[in-house]
Design a protein. Structure first.
Length: 199
């Protein structure tokens, strides 16, 4: 019989590895080297809270109130499309990654954006609270071990993504590479927002 911790770890790693709004944001912050540790901490802590809520039974409550999910879905879609538009604007006016010239964002501003990427995205609730919560509860008395594996996967993923992205900083020393990254982020965000609004 497989370990609930390992199952939780592997399931979460599969879900979290898809390129989405949160991952794109963490990647961008990692490349810029701005407030990376607080961003990693916020993403991991958010997942911990959401996974724990799912295991505690909040997932069933969300499933029972689809109207609340509809409101969250439309709000999240509007946010993602707005962020995509900002990324597109940056793509048309790119700047090289030069620590002496760049103007870093304030910590509060970065954490607020990170929180919005997480908590305004209904798919985060579906993945963590509903799906992972349901899978964890199949393990009954060992459900919290499944949850521990899930949180470990989240922490490892965001740490690797945020700190590993710094190795790409040399590549992003030219405006062209920033244009490509921000253009890609813009397409992902607008597509996710449109899909979320229409689904």
């Amino acid at each position: 019989m497989s370990s609930p911790v390992l199952l939780g770890f592997l399931t979460t790693m599969t879900l979290i590895a898809a390129i989405g709004a949160q991952n794109a944001f963490v990647l961008r912050q990692g490349i810029r080297g701005e407030h990376v540790i607080p961003v990693i901490a916020m993403c991991t802590l958010s997942d911990l809270i959401l996974i724990a809520a799912g295991i505690a039974g909040v997932g069933a409550l969300i499933s029972a109130h689809p109207d609340a999910m509809t409101v969250a879905k439309l709000g999240g879609a509007a946010f993602l499309i707005g962020y995509g538009v900002l990324a597109a604007r940056r793509a048309f006016r790119p700047s090289a990654l030069n620590p002496s010239e760049r103007n870093p964002a304030r910590l509060a501003e970065v954490l607020l954006t990170c929180a919005a990427m997480t908590w305004l995205n209904p798919h985060v609730y579906l993945d963590t609270v509903v799906l992972l919560g349901s899978l964890a509860n199949e393990h009954r008395d060992q459900r919290w071990l499944f949850g521990a594996g899930s949180v470990a996967a989240s922490a490892l993923w965001f740490t690797g993504l945020g700190l590993g992205a710094r190795r790409l900083a040399g590549l992003f020393a030219t405006p062209l590479t920033w244009r490509i990254l921000d253009g890609t982020i813009a397409v992902i965000m607008v597509a996710l927002g449109a899909w979320m609004a229409l689904s």
